[in-house]
Design a protein around this ligand. Structure first.
Ligand code: FRU
Length: 905
């Protein structure tokens, strides 16, 4: 993680922390459901809110309906859905509200029922005044006021609400002790003023004499009084109410003004409700029923009560003001808190930044130190490399000087060899063979001379002393004249060689050093010939690019691929593609130098399909005399050319011992052929693959192979032949220029039987071949007393082979149709392969072995059974008894009849 990410994380954490400080989440949520919307309820709500402020993390939501039971049920449902922690409810009517309150209770929500009640005890606590007691107090008060005698009319609250029922019953229980007190009527005014006025009108019309109007609350009492006032009968009767709320127009004020004769305090108790709620929520003990006190207020104490409530409300105001101030302080405090945290945050950020800066400075210092250390190291290494390359350069230089000197030394003797050869070749009395040998010597002396010259040129090139002797040259003409020296080799390898010249080429000449040009051409074409496989193609095309005024010479050959990694360095001096490629590695470097000397360029491309193409580009000069006959050189193309010699199948003489020469150098093959063709039937292969193919086909008696060859080298070739059943017995001589022990070991590990270093003596080669063939002959197992067995030092594979062959003959001995073809098939070899293999291992042809085995079995049957000659003859697989007797006599010097006669005697 980057430092920047750390900083962002820190920032986010602090922001979260700050917002956590700024906003207080509520621990407890309390829902309050009021059944009516009046002053008494307002007072309860105020008390609830004020009291809840004393507790941290308490939120209160109050929902009020206007004496509507269905609407109140929805409020309770709302609180259930909100999953509040506690519901405070004053149920409008007892029965219809019971179910929904029970549901909330069952769902685990704490329930405080206050003021009114439900028809169940599924609530957590109940708070309120004892309405029965209040009703009773009212009854007793009226009885005493009427001195036990009088007429009373009652205005009751909502019929289904419990205070209405309880207040009536309490009242009745009190007046039941006064039989002279008569309850005139009981009218339901639903706790409201207007309905009370209407009901009062009816009461007044029904009753002429009424002593007391008992209204179950002050609101209804005031409504009744107003109606009586209208009928001017207010002075005829007393009015009693319940609630005793302070404030103008409410209970206390009405008593003071003489509208009501008395009222009874119905305590609101909002503070108590919250105290009990908090006890419940915080798990403290709490009373399940809390009964609030009541008291009568009449003209005797109304004034005091008013004063007290004024005082209380003044105190309330002060508390409110104080609360307001506290709120302001709190909000200031929280602003300051935010500011503080904000400053802390900035400080932390700043500190973080500072830390990062310090750290990066330190890292930078460390890095700088490390870099300068590495720089020093690199400088040291560079100096070492410079020293090394100087040493290398000096060594190379010394080597080059050495080679140059040696080359100089070689030149004179080589010239002295080359010249007399020409002289000798002119001698007409030379035999064909002598002349061929001399040609071979001449060719190779020339090669040596060229190599020596190449080294000398390279030296000049290295010293920048290459000379350039230009003359105007007709390029097409000179190239064509050089082609002839390559044709013989091309023909021998069955290579199709073509030379194409574009028509307008001949209008131009080239300023060239002919000798160097020849060297360029010779080098590229020799390479092409060397790497083109048999039946491949070499094409030379010469064209003129008019836009550039230059010659374009392309030398392309098929079947060879130079990989891209090698192509890059192919023109570098001493570069060799791999150890299989012979050569000094300076030929192409020199070609490039020569091309550049002509202000030309040379490039090479190679791919598997098209083969390899060298493209040369030379400047031209306009020829004033188009001296060349363009038609004569436009296109010479040599057709596919079969070797002048007989095809190998025909040249191969199976009666002679056979020898396979595997070498990519045609001269070496030719030389060995010349040396040995009188004694052996010679087979040739120009590469490892072809060598393996021919060895499998002809199963020669001995193989002589070069080690360094492109493709499969001699060691690998040897390894593969020694693994094959058909060829594993063939002695292999490896012939190579590498004379190091390590390479000899490699050769022997590959299974080679002998290793001869070049240059070799023809006599050594001849006697080594003879020895190997003789020793192979010696180890061949002949039929000894007509027994086929295998000598100890024949390889396991050959032993198994002979054993298998013996078994096969014996198992099928009485099969007259058994022939060598079938035996070969069953051994997995062709007739010829089986013949060669068995012959080389046993000195006998398979047929001879088959016949000898039959005769051996015959003699054993004749001596151990009573079978007749004819029976034995068929038993051992002969088809005619006379032929059987003939063969028997040839083998054992007597006929079977003679044998039986002797046996009887
Ligand atoms: C207020 C009120 C009071 C009465 C009480 C009975 O809504 O009507 O006047 O005493 O309810 O529940």
């Amino acid at each position: 993680m980057t430092r920047f990410t750390y900083l962002i994380l820190l920032l986010s954490f602090l922001i979260l922390f700050l917002s956590g400080c700024a906003k207080e989440t509520s621990r407890y949520r309390i829902g309050v459901s009021q059944c009516s919307d009046d002053e008494w309820r307002h007072q309860v709500n105020q008390e609830i809110i004020r009291e809840s402020m004393f507790y941290d993390g308490v939120s209160v939501e109050i929902r009020t309906v206007k004496d509507d039971t269905e609407a109140q049920k929805q409020d309770i449902r709302y609180f259930i859905d909100q999953a509040v922690d506690l519901i405070v409810v004053a149920p409008n009517e007892a029965a219809p509200m019971t179910a929904i309150i029970e549901e909330a209770y069952d769902k685990g929500i704490a329930i405080i029922v206050f003021d009114r009640n439900i028809l169940s005890d599924k609530y957590t606590a109940w708070v309120g005044a004892d309405n029965y007691e209040i009703g009773k107090s009212v009854g007793n008060y009226i009885a005493s006021m009427l001195e036990g005698k009088g007429r009373v009319a009652e205005l009751t609250g909502l019929a289904g609400s419990t205070p209405a029922i309880d207040r009536h019953q309490g009242f009745m229980s009190a007046i039941s002790h006064y039989p002279s007190i008569e309850l005139l009527c009981q009218e339901d005014a639903g706790w409201l003023r207007e309905p009370a006025g209407e009901k009062m009108n009816i009461i007044l019309s029904r009753f002429n004499h009424i002593d007391v109007i008992y209204a179950q609350n002050d609101r209804m009492a005031a409504g009744a009084y107003a109606a009586a006032l209208q009928h001017k009968r207010e002075g005829d009767m007393n009015f009693i109410g319940i609630d005793a709320l302070p404030g103008e127009g409410y209970g206390l004020d009405l008593v003071e003004k003489g509208v009501l004769d008395a009222t009874f305090i119905y305590p609101t108790g909002g503070d108590k409700i919250i105290q009990i709620a908090m006890d419940i929520l915080e798990g403290r003990d709490f009373p399940r029923e809390t009964i609030l006190n009541t008291a009568v207020v009449d003209h005797t104490n109304a004034r005091v009560m008013t004063l007290q409530t004024h005082q209380i409300s003044a105190l309330d105001d002060k508390i409110r003001t104080l609360n307001g101030k506290i709120d302001i302080y709190l909000s200031r405090y929280s602003t300051q808190q935010i500011l503080l945290y904000g400053s802390l945050l900035i400080l932390a950020l700043f500190a973080g930044l500072l830390l990062m800066v310090i750290k990066s400075l330190r890292a930078k210092n460390r890095l700088n130190k490390e870099l300068s250390r590495q720089k020093e190291q690199l400088e040291q290494q560079r100096d070492q490399l410079i020293d090394l390359s100087k040493q290398l350069e000096e060594a190379t230089h010394a080597k080059l000087v050495f080679f140059t000197n040696i080359s100089h030394d070689f030149r004179t003797p080589l010239t002295l060899v080359a010249d007399p050869i020409d002289y000798l070749l002119a001698d007409k009395s030379l035999s064909e063979e002598q002349s061929q040998l001399l040609q071979l010597v001449k060719r190779n002396v020339n090669i040596l001379l060229r190599l020596v010259n190449q080294i000398l040129d390279f030296r000049k090139f290295e010293n920048g002393k290459l000379e350039f002797h230009p003359s105007q040259v007709n390029l097409a003409e000179v190239l064509q004249s050089w082609n002839s020296s390559f044709l013989t080799v091309a023909q021998k390898k069955h290579i199709h060689f073509s030379f194409d010249v574009q028509a307008d080429v001949t209008n131009y000449l080239m300023l060239a050093d002919v000798e160097k040009l020849e060297r360029i051409y010779y080098n590229l074409l020799s390479n092409a010939l060397k790497f083109t496989p048999e039946n491949g193609k070499i094409s030379v095309t010469l064209s003129f690019i008019s836009a550039e005024n230059r010659f374009l010479l392309k030398i392309a050959n098929t079947g060879s691929l130079i990989s891209p990694e090698h192509i890059r360095s192919i023109f570098d001096r001493f570069y060799k593609i791999d150890r299989h490629h012979s050569g000094s590695g300076i030929g192409l470097a020199l070609v490039k130098a020569f091309v550049e000397l002509h202000e030309g360029t040379i490039t090479v491309e190679s791919d598997e399909k098209a083969g390899t193409v060298f493209t040369l580009n030379f400047p031209t000069i306009k020829s004033e005399l188009a001296t060349i006959d363009t038609h004569a050189v436009e296109s010479i193309s040599l057709p596919d050319f079969s070797m002048g010699d007989l095809p190998e199948e025909e040249a191969y003489d199976p009666t002679k011992l056979s020898l396979l020469v595997i070498d990519d150098n045609a001269d070496i093959r030719m030389y060995i052929r010349g040396l040995l063709q009188h004694e052996y039937s010679i087979l040739e292969a120009s590469n490892g693959m072809e060598g393996i193919r021919k060895a499998m086909k002809y199963v020669p008696d001995v193989i002589v192979s070069d080690v360094m060859m492109p493709g499969i080298d001699g060691v690998e070739c040897c390894r593969r032949l020694k693994k094959e059943l058909q060829t594993c017995h063939i002695p292999i001589i490896l012939l190579t220029a590498c004379s190091l022990d390590e390479q000899r070991i490699q050769g022997y590990n590959g299974g080679a039987d002998s290793y001869i270093s070049k240059p070799f003596s023809s006599q050594v080669l001849q006697s080594r071949i003879k020895n190997l063939i003789d020793s192979n002959k010696r180890i061949k197992q002949v039929l000894n007393d007509n027994q086929i067995s295998v000598r100890e030092n024949v390889c396991d594979m050959d032993k198994d082979f002979v054993e298998k062959f013996k078994r096969l003959i014996e198992e099928n001995l009485n099969d007259t149709a058994l022939n060598v073809e079938d035996l070969g098939k069953q051994m997995g070899l062709s007739r010829v392969q089986l013949y060669r293999k068995i012959k080389s291992l046993t000195n006998y042809a398979p047929n001879e072995l088959l016949r000898a085995t039959r005769l051996r079995k015959a003699i054993s049957l004749l001596s151990s059974t009573e079978l007749s000659i004819a029976e034995v003859c068929y038993e051992v697989g002969f088809t005619s008894p006379s032929y059987f007797s003939k063969c028997y006599k040839e083998q054992y010097g007597e006929t079977p009849t003679d044998f039986l006669k002797k046996k009887k005697q």
